[in-house]
Write a protein that binds this ligand. Structure first.
Ligand code: MTE
Length: 319
């Protein structure tokens, strides 16, 4: 992806006061209130590596494909995770110091239940499922990945978003000491993304904790990431520490970096080219010579499920 240096003083940059502190402040009173509302029982759980190593899940056949899966090797060594560098091999090679546990997520903004929650408490009430999705990067390559996670909407509803919650904003952790890419300025840190509330609540939108039957590796966004299969991969934000219900459309990292090249919506669309390359075709990673330029499908092949979200919208304008 093109890197355009954000200008100093760019008003769209995140104010330091908005950045989540590394040692996330834990508000017990809020947690208790939320725990009651969420039906969570008992004290704050802490997970160990071995707990994270075993994921119990069931395959959801509704979300599958007969396409060949991209190999585990490719899925975990050909990555975009600029917090670890901008080379495809950097996230696997340079993320060994990153600590995905313990982990907590702050839920804030327009919702009746807010607070900071241990990841285990966030996930506890939900059954994990496996879904096989295509992932189409804006750079015109793609993969087929068996994710493990929970529909995001199921999780968000527990926090009772109010009628003012028109959008959902997501933030990646900011830890320059563990994420060498954050010591440079290729993007404004922390990485932020957002969805309209109906996109966030759509049954296809997944909050993923694993892939190929295992917990997410650091390079894939451990311990918690988004997967929005009908949008370009950059919407699928990794290593999430904050989810905020907002009234206004939130800023998003790639749009901040290059507004004319990367939009807020970022729906996969073979008819709307990137300013510098065609989006009509894609290269399936590991797909071999004959598979190297397959046609890109509208909404990445999920048109039947999601087209109604954009009825009447000019998809060239809202790119
Ligand atoms: N999330 C964060 N925090 N930082 C990133 O650089 N890259 C995005 C997305 N999520 C990115 C991110 C892009 S461009 C893509 S294509 C996908 O992650 C890649 O996911 P994968 O490496 O697991 O295939």
């Amino acid at each position: 992806m093109l890197i355009k240096r954000p200008r100093p003083g760019d008003s769209a940059r995140i104010a330091p006061s908005e950045i989540t502190a590394e040692d996330v402040y834990f508000n017990r009173r809020k947690l208790l209130k939320a725990a009651l509302a969420l039906g969570a029982v008992g004290s704050v759980a802490t997970s160990t590596a071995s707990e994270r190593a075993t994921l119990r899940y069931t395959r959801n056949e509704r979300y599958s494909t007969d396409e060949d899966l991209t190999s585990f090797e490719d899925v975990t060594t050909y990555n975009n995770f600029y917090e670890f560098g901008s080379g495809k091999g950097d996230p696997a090679a340079r993320s060994h110091r990153f600590k995905p546990e313990p982990w907590s997520v702050t839920i804030s903004g327009h919702a009746n239940v807010t607070g900071t929650f241990a990841l285990e408490d966030l996930l506890k009430p939900h059954a994990l499922e496996e879904r096989i999705y295509r992932l189409r990067c804006v750079e015109a390559w793609s993969m087929v990945i068996p994710w493990i996670g929970i529909p995001l909407g199921t999780v968000l509803r527990r926090f009772e978003p109010t009628s003012k919650a028109k959008y959902v904003a997501f933030k990646t952790v900011h830890r320059p000491e563990e994420m060498p890419g954050q010591r440079g300025r290729v993007l404004p840190w922390p990485y932020v993304e957002g969805l309209r509330i109906d996109e966030a609540m759509h049954p296809l939108t997944l909050l993923a904790v694993g892939l190929y039957g295992k917990p997410l590796l650091n390079q894939n966004g451990a311990p918690l990431r988004l997967v929005v299969p009908w949008k370009y991969g950059f919407k699928s934000i990794k290593s999430i520490v904050e989810i905020r219900f907002t009234e206004r459309q939130p800023p998003t990292s790639w749009h901040l970096a290059a507004p004319h090249e990367y939009g807020f919506y970022a729906n996969v669309n073979p008819n709307v080219d990137h300013p510098r390359w065609s989006q009509a075709r894609e290269r399936r990673i590991g797909g071999g010579l004959f598979d190297s330029r397959r046609p890109t499908l509208m909404f990445n092949g999920y048109e039947k499920e999601v087209a109604s979200l954009y009825a009447g919208m000019d998809l060239r304008r809202f790119y």
